[in-house]
Design a protein around this ligand. Structure first.
Ligand code: PEP
Length: 251
């Protein structure tokens, strides 16, 4: 059976004290759950404290980004090893905000993905089209380009350790969630790309998360779809009860 994952992307929110309190509140409700896997992704500054707060639970910690080099004169950046040794087992890569606001390309996401895998982190690699691209009928082309570029050259063993997140840019932070049918269509398309590149058995193993305005009230409809294996949650992951409701919708 495929892994099911609910990951919370806290973006640039929460001080260390606030982050620890949120993590502890989530732990209290779903800390012993093994299925689905629950992941929280605080800002870098809170990774260690949140990891410590979640130490005796099943909840995993992820970073929201990392640099691709091991070390060096890269002021303001954080390496994969630093992320790993802060207690993380996951890292979000290629989020649309990184692509748009920080000019990250598929090629850079690919280098980061390889580095994350090399140190033993599970990358959550994001892809997704803009509204203009969707309206121009270019959705599949955009997804395929991002898939090919961001995941280029990964072996079957490597791709099995990757989580893919489909996050339509028009749904992120807008309150305009994709319908379960819209999301399923793209998830099925991505699984088809995996089958074509690898084989069906490999494609079936890979978790494909949906992200974009997921809430407690719309999660169950999305999770009922065959190819939707969980969610990458932004805004709704900042409130423990709302995030927990999304986790419970997957049980
Ligand atoms: C995200 O930023 O990954 C995201 C899905 O945000 P939101 O849930 O707020 O749309």
């Amino acid at each position: 059976m495929r892994r099911k994952i609910i990951a919370g992307n806290w973006k640039m929110h929460k001080t260390i004290v606030e982050a620890t309190a949120l993590a502890s509140a989530v732990k209290k409700e779903v800390g012993t759950l093994e299925h689905p896997s629950v992941v929280v992704c605080p800002p870098y500054t809170a990774l260690t404290e949140v990891s410590m707060a979640l130490k005796d639970s099943e909840i995993q910690v992820g970073a929201q980004n990392m640099h691709q080099e091991d070390s060096g004169a890269f002021t303001g950046e954080v390496s994969a090893e630093m992320v790993l040794t802060s207690g993380c087992s996951y890292v979000i890569l290629g989020h649309s905000e990184r692509r748009t606001l920080f000019s990250e390309t598929d090629q850079l996401v690919n280098v980061k993905t390889r580095k994350a895998l090399a140190v033993g982190l599970t990358p959550i690699v994001c892809v997704g089209e803009t509204l203009a691209q969707r309206q121009a009928g270019r959705m599949e082309q955009v997804i395929e380009e991002q898939f090919n570029g961001s995941l280029e050259g990964l072996s079957a063993d490597e791709i099995r350790r990757v989580v893919i997140a489909y996050e339509p840019v028009w749904a992120i932070g807008t309150g305009q969630v994709a319908t379960p049918e819209q999301a399923e269509e793209v998830h099925r398309y991505i699984r088809g790309l995996l089958t074509r590149r690898y084989d069906q058995a490999t494609a079936e193993e890979i978790a494909i998360l949906y992200g974009g305005s997921v809430k407690g009230s719309n999660a169950a409809g999305l999770f009922a779809k065959e190819n939707i294996d969980g969610a990458l949650v932004g805004g709704a992951s900042l409130k423990a009860d709302e995030f927990v409701a999304i986790v419970r919708a997957m049980i």
